[in-house]
Design a protein around this ligand. Structure first.
Ligand SMILES: NC(=O)c1ccc[n+]([C@@H]2O[C@H](COP(=O)([O-])OP(=O)(O)OC[C@H]3O[C@@H](n4cnc5c(N)ncnc54)[C@H](O)[C@@H]3O)[C@@H](O)[C@H]2O)c1
Length: 375
């Protein structure tokens, strides 16, 4: 086990993608666990999927702080300031906007940065490649540059960014055949632009860690799901379609396996990792990459089966729903991979933690949330 070397109490933490699925859960968990933390969240609130869900996630954070509905709050019901005096502040902004980002770093002076803002999704990169270039490449470079220059201004009271944690993805493993996927495996064969940008993030972070001594940790998340998740992902999209009586397409004729990981496990992993800035490795670089996945891949047809049962149990769909007539088995989509399966041994060894939520339990929470949210 690694020793914690960052106490998040009293720290200023900058979370990008704070209105996103994982980002909003992370903010809530940090606020719950660390009484004296100061978080600044940023999100562009883009309309890649329903902005209403992003707004509701921010409202939930605001409600947690007991400040929803007050007049002195920003557009989304949370204090819009970058002063670092609030427990949680939110700025609507784009990390690809270098000027805005530099201003935030200059005023807020973050000590820990968690970069979750990105254009996610594999299939959308075929339709809108430049969204990935803007957020995942330009945006990420801006984050690195801002972290770098925070160190130039280091003083007695502000040492600059002490740890950069950023989201990578299981998609970097491309069509690798060896499973489970290990962070020691070669990942030079991305099969989507999304995957290529995530692998680029790891390379860019490595170079900045080497050149400027920024301790950085990349986290390869595996198919994250849960309540208030992303409507573009299969479990959510399938549910929307089934509710409307539309058919669902099951790719590669159902011969796919995914290491579905419940959002609470991902957040627990991020919070653990945030508190351990990597020390120098054998090449003198403060750099680490971990997988965070459930380590238990599930066949797509079994997944759909459990989802169906849980949707009926939660009352989202009626008891007698005719699933068979709504399912269509279709070929593989470009950019998709057959299996994702995380080797989480390094995570378990270094942090004494690995994801453990069974798929049924996680889908039950999603189905119950869906019923309540869309009632
Ligand atoms: N959910 C998953 O299964 C999964 C798997 C692997 C990796 N990831 C990665 O984890 C991170 C979080 O994913 P998520 O599922 O919460 O996605 P999400 O889309 O819900 O969250 C990302 C948020 O970032 C915001 N954003 C996008 N571009 C931005 C920009 N240029 N400036 C500011 N904000 C911007 C979006 O509005 C969104 O709210 C992403 O980096 C994603 O690539 C997610």
């Amino acid at each position: 086990m690694l020793e914690k070397n960052i106490d998040l109490n009293g720290k200023r933490v900058f979370v990008t993608g704070a209105a996103g699925f994982i980002g909003s859960y992370l903010c809530m968990e940090l606020l719950k666990e660390f009484a004296d933390i100061k978080i600044l969240g940023i999100d562009s609130m883009n309309d890649y999927y329903d902005v209403g869900i992003k707004e509701d996630r921010l409202k939930k954070i605001a409600a947690m702080l007991g400040c929803a509905g007050r007049n002195d709050l920003g557009e989304y019901g949370v204090p819009a300031s970058v002063s670092g005096t609030e427990k949680f502040s939110f700025v609507k902004g784009n990390i690809a906007d270098k000027e805005a980002l530099d201003k935030i770093f200059a005023e807020f002076k973050p000590e820990v940065v968690v970069n979750l803002a990105a254009q996610a999704g594999v299939r959308y990169s075929i339709e809108n490649p430049y969204a990935y270039v803007e957020s995942n490449l330009i945006g990420f470079c801006n984050i690195l540059e801002a972290c770098r220059h925070s160190l130039d201004k280091a003083s007695e009271e502000y040492k600059g960014v002490e740890h950069l944690v950023y989201a990578s993805s299981s998609s970097v493993y491309g069509s690798n055949k060896k499973i489970p996927y290990s962070t020691d495996d070669k990942v030079d064969n991305p099969v989507s632009l999304y995957a290529a940008t995530k692998k680029s993030n790891e390379l860019l972070a490595h170079s900045y860690s080497k050149l400027y001594g920024i301790p950085s940790t990349g986290l390869r998340f595996f198919t994250v799901y849960g309540p208030a998740g992303r409507p573009d992902m299969a479990y959510f999209g399938f549910t929307n379609k089934l509710v409307k009586g539309e058919g669902i397409k099951i790719f590669n004729y159902g011969n796919c396996k995914r290491d579905f990981t419940f959002v609470d496990d991902i957040v627990e992993g991020i919070v653990n990792v945030m508190q351990v800035a990597p020390s120098e490795n054998e090449n003198g670089v403060k750099y680490k990459v971990y997988n965070i996945g459930n380590n238990d891949p599930v066949n797509l047809l079994d997944f759909v089966d459990i989802l169906q049962q849980e949707l009926i149990r939660a009352g989202v769909l009626p008891e007698d729903y005719d699933f068979e007539s709504h399912k269509e088995l279709v070929p593989m989509q470009p950019g998709d991979v057959e299996v994702t399966y995380a080797d989480v041994t390094p995570l378990a060894n270094d942090f004494g933690f690995k994801p453990s939520t069974p798929l049924r339990e996680g889908l039950r929470k999603f189905a119950e949330w869906y019923k309540e949210y869309y009632k």
